[in-house]
Design a protein around this ligand. Structure first.
Ligand code: C2E
Ligand code: MG
Ligand code: MG
Length: 693
């Protein structure tokens, strides 16, 4: 150590050493920055950056060496071999490039250490090769212990430098610490190697001119080196900036809806969080306005997707024009938009809401479509209506659904009292969806009997759902929820398939009645579904009966009746369910030949007490007789009701008296009753009591 210090102090020019240290430090700062760039790049860009960093590192090592050598007082005539000098530069560049590549390729601290050691070895190789081209007119003696120590020093320190640089442990100090280690490695290696060399000159060189020349050469080398570093720094900065711009551009693209140019869902989610935080800090209100176009689907279906796209783009532009620059409007998908408007009170919102509404209801004149679509708008205000982003979105949606349901002409503000009911229905719909997916639904079967004999002629499939926390939820609650949330078709398909499969396991070939909802009837594919299910389950078509209410048929009467006709064509029968409660239009009876009329249970419940109910039952029975359509009375609970029906000539009945809905396993094999007047005295009773009704 002392010998090294003595070598520096006595055999070197202080100013040149200072210059060498400066060149080395500057160069290594540049090198570490460029290495960072290489680390952040991938594939070809990374290779290019590794080579560039290698060039900068090799040049730094070489310049440091050359400038120091220009400050070395050999006290003898010196000649420099140009070929070996150039070759030493190439070794430095190639060796450091290789080392840096190894450090990055392995992506482990071990590979970083090996790569760093290679960089140190390249620096030492450069030094000794450079010295081989440094011919001194004298006797040169090499002290081996220093020759051996020099490369070890540079390898160890450069190895440590790259471990620090490639690791994350030192945080922000990582780069300066690594740079310091590299500088220390290069300089300590150089001066230790110089200490190894002892010169006994043949004739001392005392020419001051040659010392000036050396200084000038050293300075020129340092200058060229610094210029090269500056160019590298500039390249790194330009690349970093381009990369940052590209990143910003990509981010903008990822946050933008391509069709309308508005912020998309991801962008909106981010903006909502940051604006809520800002509103909380500033103590202001933030309104979330949920917008759903009313007739968009119609435009898309009738006028094509191009017209639909143009419509969305036009309305998006119009809405943006109506809001202030600081407000945000986003498209979440489909015809769903959302706006964020900062305000001090609800009243203040009325102006932007009115403008948005006007923009949405105004006529549009597009190439493929002209007219107005309108929209349902719901508003929830932070912090009054919700404390979090999720709740604010949900509550604005709830208000918007209400606006849609009620066909409101004005935006609806979230109202906890009203919208909580809707929220519970949404939760129920979610649970129902889960139940459908995980097969948690069940079918129960209720017998339909011939009243005179008590003979079971068929069973009606009735859906049952046991909610994990609410218990048994009646179909009158969950069927409308399923219809509202678009679950009914999936649910209906499951019911039909399961019921048909169950019916094939029954001990007798009873008829199977399956309820069909309006959504199933109105969505294309019911005929095909029936065909498929009958084929798959091998249930004979004549054993299947579909039950539809008048309301279901009336939604799209012509089409609905046509589908039902085709289904009848398969051999499947069609019953009119809950007759007497809906439209009770005789017109429908004229236009379609039902295979059965099911008289709603309301009339049975009134039998015996109400003469009007009896009159209606008589009239319906007469209607059935005159049109040769069997009539089944629903909801028979008492013997008295049954006796009246028998007296009035009703042929078929269904009700708790005759049998409650039961699971498949409990379905009783009992198609006749045992005795009694007119063949009937004992109602059909399942062996187990019914589950929840
Ligand atoms: P629905 O088709 O008229 O079915 C008869 C309903 O009356 C059943 O109610 C049944 O349990 C009930 N019921 C039968 N006998 C009596 C009685 O003597 N007294 C009383 N009070 N009620 C009786 P449930 O199972 O609650 O079903 C209600 C409605 O839900 C059904 O009326 C039907 O419209 C619908 N539904 C049930 N399952 C399905 C299904 O799988 N698909 C469709 N689309 N609708 C279904
Ligand atoms: Mg029914
Ligand atoms: Mg019914």
């Amino acid at each position: 150590m002392l010998a090294v210090a003595r070598c520096i102090a006595t055999e070197h020019d202080a100013s040149m050493i200072a210059l060498a240290v400066l060149v080395c430090s500057l160069g290594i700062v540049v090198v570490t920055q460029m290495f960072e760039q290489a680390r952040a790049s991938r594939a070809m860009a990374r290779t290019c950056w590794i080579v560039l960093t290698g060039v900068a590192a090799g040049a730094t090592i070489w310049c440091t060496h050359f400038v120091s050598m220009m400050g070395y007082a050999a006290n003898a005539a010196v000649r420099i071999d140009p070929l070996l000098t150039v070759f030493s530069l190439m070794i430095a560049v190639a060796g450091t490039s290789l080392g840096l590549w190894v450090a990055l390729a392995g992506a482990t601290l071990r590979s970083a250490a090996i790569g760093g050691a290679l960089v140190g070895a390249a620096a030492a190789a450069m030094h000794f090769l450079g010295m081989a081209g440094y011919h001194i007119d004298g006797l040169v003696h090499w002290r081996l212990e220093y020759v051996a120590t020099a490369p070890l020093l540079s390898m160890a320190l450069a190895g440590a430098a790259l471990v620090v640089l490639c690791g994350e442990r030192l945080g922000r100090a990582r780069v300066p610490v690594a740079a310091g280690l590299l500088v220390a490695g290069i300089l300590s290696m150089h001066f230790t190697a110089m200490t190894a060399m002892q010169v006994a000159s043949f004739a001392p060189d005392e020419s001051s001119a040659s010392s000036d020349d050396r200084h000038a050469l050293g300075l020129a080398t340092a200058l060229v080196g610094v210029l090269a570093m500056a160019a590298s720094i500039a390249a790194a900065l330009v690349d970093r900036r381009t990369r940052a711009e590209a990143f910003r551009h990509l981010r903008r693209l990822a946050m933008t809806d391509a069709l309308t140019g508005l912020t998309n869902r991801s962008g909106f989610d981010e903006a909502l969080k940051s604006r809520l935080a800002a509103a909380e800090r500033a103590g202001t209100k933030l309104a979330l306005i949920a917008i759903d176009l009313d007739r968009f689907k119609e435009v898309n279906d009738l006028y094509g997707h191009k017209a639909g796209d143009d419509l969305l783009a036009t309305l998006a532009r119009r809405m943006s024009e109506q809001l202030r620059a600081e407000d945000l409007i986003a498209r979440l998908g489909g015809d769903e938009f959302v706006a964020l408007v900062e305000c001090r009170s609800r009243e203040e919102l009325l102006v932007p809401l009115g403008r948005l509404d006007a923009a949405l209801t105004a006529e549009v004149n597009l190439e493929g479509f002209a007219g107005s679509v309108g929209a349902s708008i719901g508003v929830a205000v932070y912090p009054d209506d919700a404390p979090t982003a999720e709740m604010l979105s949900t509550n604005a949606d709830l208000a918007m659904y209400r606006a849609k349901r009620e066909g409101a002409s004005e935006p609806c503000f979230y109202d906890a009292g009203i919208d909580e009911v809707a929220r519970r229905r949404i939760e129920l719909a979610h649970d129902l969806r889960m139940a459908v997916q995980s097969g948690k639904l069940e079918l129960h079967y209720q017998p339909q009997s011939r009243v005179r004999t008590g003979e079971v002629i068929g069973y009606e499939a009735l859906l049952r759902w046991k909610h994990p926390t609410l218990g048994a939820v009646p179909p009158s609650v969950f069927i409308p929820v399923a219809e509202e949330h678009g679950l009914m078709v999936t649910l209906g398909e499951w019911v039909l398939r399961q019921a048909c499969a169950d019916a094939t396991k029954w001990p007798r070939a009873w008829k199977l009645s399956v309820n069909v909802s309006s959504q199933q009837l109105n969505k294309p594919g019911l005929l095909e579904l029936c065909e498929r299910v009958l084929r798959e389950t091998r249930l004979p078509a004549h054993r299947l009966e579909l039950e539809l209410t008048e309301t279901a048929i009336m939604e799209n009467r012509e089409r609905g009746l046509e589908v039902l006709r085709q289904i009848q064509g398969l051999g499947v029968s069609v019953a009119l369910d809950d007759f007497g409660t809906g439209y009770s239009s005789l017109e429908i009876m004229r236009r379609f030949r039902f295979d059965k009329i099911k008289l709603d249970r309301f009339f049975a419940s009134e039998l015996g007490d109400s003469t009007q109910a009896l009159a209606i039952v008589r009239a319906v029975l007469e209607l059935g007789r005159s049109m040769s359509i069997p009539v089944l009375a629903e909801g028979i609970e008492t013997r008295k009701q049954l006796d009246i029906l028998i007296r009035e000539g009703c042929e078929e009945a269904q009700g708790f008296l005759l049998g409650r809905p039961v699971p498949l396993q409990s379905l009783v094999v009992e198609d006749t009753v045992r005795s009694g007047p007119r063949g009937y005295s004992m109602p059909h009773c399942p062996s187990q009591p019914a589950a929840a009704q």
